[in-house]
Write a protein that binds this ligand. Structure first.
Ligand SMILES: *Cc1c(COP(=O)(O)O)cnc(C)c1O
Length: 396
């Protein structure tokens, strides 16, 4: 039977979410997560994946995954520090460091896991962390896990950050102080003000931590926002994910060798969770090789992003202030946003509604994620659906 208290808890809370329209139903894909996806027997244009460069379905990555699996097996068999480190892990980490222009790198099982691992390996209850109010959930959880004092600053507000940094340092109440930010903010597509953050960090000797999940493979010739601003030797922690532009799964920290050496002996997911499997390592190595050889995929991603943005703007939609291919279409009202997304789905376009609490109340939006794999015809089809639904709902 199980616990009655648990049953009551689950029933009440699920019913509440459903009544508020906040209960997320999952739509399984019946094939690959490419530019067109199949859901419930119907093909739709996919504007919801993080597969920026189309690498998740790239034949070269699939071949590399198969090859590595045939040579090393399906699983890693152990955690990194026992005997779950293949030569492929070492190669991947060397390649990541080269790609990020840092001395060394360490790979984790996911980007989420990476934030659980890295923050608490360095920060503790005697420390403080200055955190942008729009930071990703995994950054927030990673900060909480460290037990450091979390001091939120207003989104990309450098005066607020500077004032709070000064107060934290002058108070003498903390050992170390860190500033932590997304490189690219995933809901609006804006870029963190890293040159200003680096300057403030240098003024107050803050540890700098940039989670570049949405910048890696997209900005800075692929190396991300830190490289984009020419700050590779001024940011202590550069976090990346292997799950978005790289198209597979995994996360990493790139930085100075001493930092990486420390993480290898102190970060708990590295010590206590089985390492990335061979297929992932093979595919990721292939993906980074592709990015090093050519910027073709990034160029196509940006061209597609700009095309979609211009198209939506011309139709009269509010596309916010994105500086990257992430293309929000801001509707405002939560229910209207959900209806809009549902109608787009019926019109053959899969683009998710993002509403409170993921974004502030009254700023509900459809978040469009164009990729390098979309064709102009697909984007035109999507824009035609936006036009039909936009007129029908009286938005344009
Ligand atoms: C997506 C994301 C993550 C999580 O990465 P996964 O590899 O999917 O676990 C972490 N941080 C940020 C900023 C993200 O956008």
């Amino acid at each position: 039977m199980g616990s009655k208290l648990l049953s009551v808890f689950l029933k009440e809370n699920i019913a509440e979410l459903k009544s508020k329209g906040l209960y997320n139903e999952i739509d399984p894909l019946e094939g690959p997560n490419g530019p067109r996806i199949s859901i419930r027997g119907a093909e739709r244009i996919n504007l919801s994946s993080n597969n920026y460069l189309g690498l998740a379905t790239d034949e070269r990555l699939i071949a590399a995954a198969v090859k590595a699996t045939e040579k090393y097996g399906a699983g890693a068999g152990a955690v990194r520090t026992i005997n779950g480190t293949f030569d492929l892990h070492v190669q991947l980490e060397e390649k990541l460091a080269e790609f990020k222009h840092t001395e060394a790198a360490i790979a984790y099982q996911s980007g989420f896991n990476c934030n659980m691992a890295a923050i608490s390996a360095v920060m503790d209850q005697n420390d403080a962390i200055l955190s942008d109010e729009l930071n990703h959930a995994s950054i927030i959880d990673g900060c909480r896990l460290s037990r450091a004092k979390i001091i939120r600053y207003r989104h990309s507000d450098m005066e607020d950050l500077r004032a709070k940094a000064e107060e934290a340092v002058r108070s003498g109440a903390y050992g170390k102080v860190m500033v932590i930010t997304d490189g690219v903010f995933s809901m609006d597509g804006d870029i963190a003000k890293l040159p200003e953050i680096a300057a403030i960090a240098e003024e107050f000797d803050l540890i700098t931590y940039v989670d570049d999940a949405h910048g890696s493979g997209v900005l800075g010739g692929g190396a991300g926002t830190v490289k984009h601003f020419g700050l590779s030797d001024r940011i202590d922690f550069q976090i990346g994910t292997l799950s978005k532009a790289i198209g597979v799964v995994g996360g990493y920290v790139a930085g100075r060798r001493e930092l990486i050496d420390w993480l290898k002996v102190r970060s708990r997911p590295f010590l206590f969770s089985t390492s990335l499997p061979p297929a992932v390592l093979g595919a990721c190595l292939e993906a980074i090789g592709i990015l090093e050889r050519s910027t073709e995929l990034q160029d196509r991603l940006w061209a597609n992003g700009n095309y979609l943005k211009q198209g939506l703007e011309k139709l009269g939609f509010n596309i916010g202030a994105s500086e990257t291919p992430i293309t929000p279409c801001i509707i405002g009202d939560e229910t209207l946003t959900q209806t809009f997304s549902k109608r787009l789905m019926e019109e053959g376009v899969y683009a998710k509604a993002i509403v409170f609490p993921t974004v502030p109340k009254g700023t509900g939006r459809i978040r469009n994620m164009p990729t390098a794999a979309h064709t102009t015809e697909m984007l035109d089809e999507a824009l035609a659906a936006y036009e039909r639904v936009g007129r029908e709902l009286g938005l344009i």
